[in-house]
Design a protein. Structure first.
Length: 266
């Protein structure tokens, strides 16, 4: 179920990142921020902290995350929350997804991505924070893969992990990988999907890949994240987004034999 994260409202991912981030926001006569095309729309939702009991294990790290977001807000760098999803039924999960307004770059001309983060507790796993890039054109997210930039938080160090995810150094390192992927043509997308163990029906991803008209590795990554966006819950979606990033690993990329004709058969 979706929740408001204390004073931090949820926002529709396809809208803009202008204006204030909290429930006490005020209208401004200043020009709208141009980092995203339209103003964000707030989504009414119950407050997570009214639902979480003091004894529940998610409450301490959620409060730490809330404190971190307020610190970022006071610094003028607070992210917008795209989702806060809590399921208390076993195995359960709590997933909080944020995107930065100011940390923005282009993979190609007009193909804009923003820095972001996911803070999550999935089942019996400890809470963790991952760097998550947000692609403006389609509202897809790409989760940083484990070997490169996963930041495990637990109940301590979570704030530092969120700061690192939203920082320009980590973000631009990811953007550099996206730009390299955009220059690489995929000759055998099916083989890449098999080697990356993408947990989505391959015919769905290949259909997205065809429709996207982008034969690059970046196009294949986005074909996976587009399919991930349609999955029924965040644990499944995050697993798929992580697999999309695994397509960029050297071992997976070397698996493509470099055939001239793309293999679109499942």
């Amino acid at each position: 179920m979706r929740y408001q994260f204390g004073e931090f409202l949820l926002h529709r991912p396809e809208a803009s990142l202008s204006g204030r981030r909290t429930a006490v926001r005020e209208e401004s006569d200043s020009p709208a921020d141009e980092s995203l095309p339209q103003r964000l729309t707030e989504i009414p939702a119950p407050d997570l902290f009214h639902a979480l009991e003091d004894w529940q294990a998610d409450r301490p790290w959620a409060l730490e995350l809330h404190s971190t977001l307020w610190q970022l807000e006071l610094e003028g760098a607070g992210p917008y929350l795209l989702d806060c999803d809590w399921n208390n039924d076993p195995p359960g999960h709590l997933v909080v997804v944020g995107v930065a307004q100011s940390a923005v770059a282009e993979v190609r001309v007009g193909d804009v991505v923003h820095a972001g983060f996911v803070a999550a507790r999935i089942g019996d796993q400890a809470p963790a924070v991952w760097q998550r890039s947000y692609r403006r054109v389609c509202a897809n997210g790409t989760l940083a893969d484990l070997q490169h930039s996963t930041l495990v938080a637990g109940e301590s160090g979570l704030g530092a992990a969120v700061h690192a995810c939203l920082g320009r150094e980590a973000f631009h390192a990811q953007v550099a990988r996206y730009r390299a992927a955009a220059q690489e043509t995929v000759e055998d997308p099916l083989l890449r999907l098999r080697r990356a163990d993408v947990p989505i029906p391959r015919e769905t991803v290949l259909l997205n890949f065809r429709r996207g008209g982008d034969a690059s590795l970046w196009g294949l990554v986005n074909a996976v994240t587009a399919a991930a966006r349609e999955l029924p819950d965040w644990p499944a979606r995050l697993a798929a987004e992580r697999s999309a990033m695994s397509l960029l690993l050297p071992g997976i990329r070397a698996a493509d034999p470099g055939r001239r004709g793309r293999n679109m058969e499942v």
